[in-house]
Design a protein around this ligand. Sequence first.
Ligand SMILES: Cc1cc2nc3c(=O)[nH]c(=O)nc-3n(C[C@H](O)[C@H](O)[C@H](O)COP(=O)(O)O)c2cc1C
Length: 349
Amino acid sequence: MGEVTQPDTRQREIRLGDIRLRNRLVTSSSLLGYGVADPGLVPYGMSPISRFVPLHRFGAVTTRTLTVAPRDGHFTNRTDWPLRHLPDLLRRYARVLRPTDSGWINAFGWCNVGIEAYLRDYYPRTRDQNTIISLGGFSPEEFVALVDAVNATVPAGDIAAVEFNVSCPNVEHDFEPILDGVLADAVGRSHHPVILKLAPDRDYVAHARRAAAAGVSALTAINTVRALRLDPDTGQPWLTNRYGGLSGGAVKPIGLRVVSELRESGVTMPIIATGGIRSFDDCREYFWAGADAVSLGSATWLASYPGYAVAPLRGLQIRALQRRIERYQPPPAPSRGGTRSAPLRGYVP
Ligand SMILES: Cc1cc2nc3c(=O)[nH]c(=O)nc-3n(C[C@H](O)[C@H](O)[C@H](O)COP(=O)(O)O)c2cc1C
C-alpha cells in the first residue's frame, strides 16, 4: 500500500451528532462500489465518472452493501471478463439495470464480495477518503457478525459510520420482523456511529422513532422505490428479479416527501437525503425539506453507454457541486421542514 496523504479537510468538517463528515455532500451506497477499483490490471468496479472526481473531497463515500458471505445476488461477482465476453456481460447488466421513466431501475440483489474481502482488499486502499460502510443482513445475528467484523479491523474514528441497510427492495426479504432485533443487538455493539437507511415503501416514521430509541445516530432517506417494468409485447419483466428499485430524477419528489414528513412528525435525528440529486438546487431543496446532508447516488455512476463519453464533463460538474456545498450554509433548522418541524437534536453546524 502506498503512503496515504491526508487532505486538509478539517476546516470544513461538519458533525451530525457523533458522525464526522468532511462536508455535507456524501455519496450513496453502491454507486461508487467499494470506493476504489478492483485489484488487478483492469480497473473494473468503478464508474467512469469517478475517475474525474476526487473522492476524498466528498463528505464521505458510502460503500456497496456488504454481507457476511460473498453474494452474486441477481448479477455476478466475477471480475475477470475477457473482451470477447463483453456482450455477455452487457446482457447481464441489462437484466439488473435499465434506464426508465426519468430514472433507473435496478436489482443487483446485494451482489458483493463479502465483508472479509472488503476489509482486506479494498478498505486499506481508501484510507484517504472518509467512508460509510454499508452493511446488509437477513437476521440480527448477521448484523452482529458484520458489526463485529468492522469493529475488529477498523479503529473507532477511522470511518464516519456504518449504515444498516434493512430497506433494500430487491432482495425479496421482509425486514420488518427483524428490525427491532437488529436495532437491539447490533447498534450498541458498534464502535462506530450507526446510520439507518429508510425505505420509502415502509413505515419510515415508525422506523425512525425506533431507530432513535435504539441509539442510531442518523437516518439516510431514501433507498430506491420498489418498482416494476414489463415488456409490453410479451409481459415479461425487464429484470431477472421481476421487481427492482427505482432511482434518479423520478424519485426526487418522493425523497423530498419522506424527508419533510419525517420532520413534520417530530423526528429530530440528522437526516442524510438521497434520491434524484444532481444539481445544487436539488441539494437546496432537500435542505429546505429538513436534510442535514445530501447524497449523490445515480448521478455518480449511471449514464447511457454513449453518455460515458462525456464522463469528464460530468466529473467537472460534480467537482463544482463539491465546491459549492463546501461553502454552503443550510438554512437554520427551525425554518426547515415546514412550520411543524422541531429543531434538530445533535445538530452542530
Ligand atoms: C445501481 C444501484 C445500486 C444500489 N445498491 C444499493 C446498495 O447496495 N445498498 C443500498 O443501501 N442502496 C443501494 N442503492 C440505492 C442508492 O444508494 C440510493 O439510496 C438511491 O439510488 C437513491 O438515490 P439516487 O436517486 O440519487 O440514485 C443502489 C442504487 C442503484 C441505482
